[in-house]
Structures are given as C-alpha cells and as structure tokens.
Design a protein around this ligand. Sequence first.
Ligand code: FES
Length: 161
Amino acid sequence: MMEPRREETDFDRLMAELQRQIIEQARALYSAKVIEEFYNPKNLGRMSVPDAHGIVHGWCGDTMEIYLRLNGARIEEATFMTDGCGPTVACGSVLTTMARGMSLEEAGEITPENLIAALDGLPEENLHCAELAVSTLRHALERYLGGQLDEVPARLEKLEK
Ligand code: FES
C-alpha cells in the first residue's frame, strides 16, 4: 500500500488546525446559534418567481435580498441571499424561518431586537446585520403591499431591482 505523501499530511494538519482556530475565535465572539446558522443556513437561495422581493444595501457595503412566496395573506415560503458577513447569513436564515407561516402583518412586526434574541444575541459590531435583514423583509412586504410599511431606516438604501 502506498504511504500518503508527507507534505499532504502536513497540509491536512495545518488546515485542520486553522479551522480549529477559526471556530474557537468564532465561539469567543458569537453564540452557538449564530455559528450553527452560519455553517448550516436554512432557506438560502433565490426564488425564481417570488410573490414579493426585497433588496437592501447596508452602509457596511453588504446587500441582502429576501424572496417571499405567499398563500393569500400568509407567507408560505421565504428565502434569502446575501453577500454579507457570517452573522448576516445567520440573520437571513433565522429571519426567513421565523417569517414562514406568519401573516404579512405579523412578519412586518418583527423587529431587529426579536431577531437578535432568536440568535441568542449578537456582538455590538454586528447589530446592524440584524437591522439589514429585518429591513429587507420589510422592503419585500412594503413593495407587495404598496408602501404601507415604509420603515426602513434612512441609512439603509433600498434597491429597486
Ligand atoms: Fe455587512 Fe454584516 S457586516 S451585513
């Protein structure tokens, strides 16, 4: 049997060590829930023919999109896409899971604080990631409802796309 090449073994060890360090650093900063949702996000992906779509560009330079499939006035399915940070992926995952099954009105009442609580907290520097996600959901709802939920903070830019 052939021995594995030495440099491959060293490389594998190095990668495993790096990954261990990254996860350790993430654990020091983020809740177990944030890490779990970041590594295994739910509802990630674009919807081809959504009933409602929101897209918001945050001051941090990241963009979030939320897609909704409706059944009457209820959200049957919600998905998201983002080019943002790990906590934003976690926010999109948990927010779309929360919104599923809600009425449009209930979904419009979700606050960034509700989302942060559902993630077992976020560090100060990532609170805006929850704001971005909630604002994107509101953007989708307000577009569908014709502007009745226009509460996206002014510092976030709603994109018409
Ligand atoms: Fe931009 Fe998280 S840092 S959304």
